[in-house]
Design a protein around this ligand. Structure first.
Ligand SMILES: [Zn+2]
Length: 292
């Protein structure tokens, strides 16, 4: 699932290739993926210029000319690829399946946008949970408000006190599912949750109420450090559940049977709270509950 760093990296790349372009066409091959909550017609998009590309949590927001906006959420497996008129890739991101170099449109390419310079943006989504909203600019904030998103972890405003406030009503919940809760902090998914728990020297099952001041402070620092590193140095490469063998990041997620980068103990994978969870048995001693 694309997480905050993937979406932020994609936002930057698409802003570089799409701002200033106008829509020349839209081909919707799977009707449910495009939503027009205020009853706009999808062809209202044609001729509108992209004036900016913003992000809030894992939503991409394209501000268009004349008071219109296009909002996208890639959900579990959405992928965007922007190619020029000669089919050369300009920007790509999201879910890595199908492989980025694959011929497009793929059988799971459900929405195709064309632009005034002949370039094409493909939304491919093997799981079909991704969504595109076309709506008036004034409708964007209400749409985001409905999602009750937690704070942006990379904003200056995301302080330790803000994190504590978000955790206050979750004292009896374990750390990892709380990190995954988009109402607590926006944009953390399974990969970075494992990395944050590891860097915090805690376990996925540590109860929020058992965290000391020092623990909380490490969790807060780890959230910012892990996510900003991922945005800065390139997002985690995970294919078929395995981390890239040639890169040091992520450090534990996707690394079953590989040595812990801190102590050399072999990383273990277990199911915890319904998610594949990677920890170092020495750095993070815990007894995972038995789950099927
Ligand atoms: Zn270790």
């Amino acid at each position: 699932m694309p997480e905050l760093p993937e979406v932020e990296t994609l936002r930057r790349d698409l802003a570089a290739t799409l701002v200033g372009r106008s829509f020349a066409g839209i081909d919707v091959r799977l009707a449910k993926q495009v939503v027009t909550p205020t009853g706009l017609n999808i062809v209202d998009l044609i001729g509108r210029r992209i004036e900016g590309v913003r992000r809030r949590a894992k939503y991409l927001i394209f501000d268009l000319s004349d008071g219109l906006a296009l909002v996208m959420h890639l959900r579990l497996a959405g992928q965007l690829v922007h190619r020029d008129a000669e089919n050369v890739t300009l920007a790509e991101g999201g879910h890595p399946v199908p492989a980025y170099g694959a011929p497009l449109p793929h059988k799971s390419t459900h929405v195709i946008f064309t632009f005034d310079n002949g370039s094409v943006l493909y939304l491919t989504d093997i799981r079909q949970f991704g969504r595109v909203w076309i709506l008036p600019e004034v409708g964007v904030q209400p749409l985001l408000d409905q999602a009750k998103l937690g704070p942006e972890p990379l904003d200056e405003s995301f302080t330790l006190d803000m994190l504590k406030e978000r955790l206050a009503r979750r004292q009896r919940m374990p750390l990892k599912p709380v990190l995954l809760d988009q109402h607590v902090v926006s944009g953390i998914g399974n990969i970075y949750a494992d990395e944050i728990v590891f860097e915090s020297k805690l376990t996925p099952a540590t109860l929020i109420g058992d965290l000391t001041e020092a623990d909380l402070s490490r969790v807060h620092a780890a959230i910012r450090h892990i996510l900003s590193m991922a945005v800065r140095e390139g997002v985690a490469e995970i294919l078929n559940g395995k981390a890239s063998p040639t890169r040091g990041f992520p450090r534990v997620h996707g690394r079953t049977g590989q040595p812990c980068p801190v102590c050399g103990t072999l990383i273990k994978k277990v199911q915890f709270a319904g998610r594949g969870t990677y920890t170092c048995p020495s750095c993070q001693p815990w007894q995972p509950p038995v789950e099927k």
